[in-house]
Design a protein around this ligand. Structure first.
Ligand code: FES
Length: 132
C-alpha cells in the first residue's frame, strides 16, 4: 500500500459521514435526554457532545454533536448505532476497535478520532450515574 492510500475511506465510512445516524440537528432542547457528556480531543482540538436517554439502565436513545472531522463523524455515527439498546455497562465496553471493525477500518492516523465519541459517551454515563 502506498502512503496516499492511507487516506482512503471505506464506503461505509463515507456513507456514515454523509448520512450520520442519531446526529442532533438543531437545538439540544429538541431531544429529551437524561445526561450529556462532553470531551475535547487533545490531538486536534475537536469537540464532541453526547446526549443519552436512559430507560431501565439501557440506552433507550442517543444523540450527538461534534466539531470533529469526517472520521469522528462516521465513527460516532457507528458508535451511536452500536450503543442504542445496550445496558450502560455494555455501552462502556464498546471499544475503538469495535467501531473500526463496524466501519471496515479507518485510516490508521485517524484512529484517534474514533475515541472522541466513546469518551463523550463514557462521560455522559458517568454524569447520569452521579445524578441518579
Ligand atoms: S481530526 Fe479531530 S476528531 Fe478527527
Amino acid at each position: 500500500m502506498n502512503e496516499g492510500q492511507d487516506w482512503v475511506y471505506s464506503d461505509i465510512v463515507k456513507e456514515h459521514f454523509m448520512h450520520p445516524r442519531n446526529y442532533l440537528k438543531g437545538n439540544e432542547n429538541q431531544f429529551e435526554y437524561d445526561a450529556v457528556g462532553m470531551v475535547g480531543n487533545p490531538i486536534c482540538g475537536d469537540q464532541m457532545r453526547m446526549y443519552i436517554k436512559v430507560v431501565d439502565d439501557k440506552i433507550f436513545d442517543i444523540r450527538w454533536k461534534t466539531y470533529g472531522c469526517a472520521s469522528a463523524i462516521a465513527s460516532t455515527s457507528a458508535l451511536s448505532e452500536l450503543a442504542k439498546g445496550k445496558t450502560l455497562d455494555e455501552a462502556l465496553k464498546i471499544s475503538a476497535k469495535d467501531i473500526d471493525n463496524y466501519l471496515g477500518t479507518l485510516p490508521k492516523h485517524k484512529f484517534h478520532c474514533s475515541v472522541l465519541g466513546h469518551e463523550a459517551l463514557a462521560d455522559a454515563i458517568k454524569k447520569y450515574r452521579e445524578n441518579s
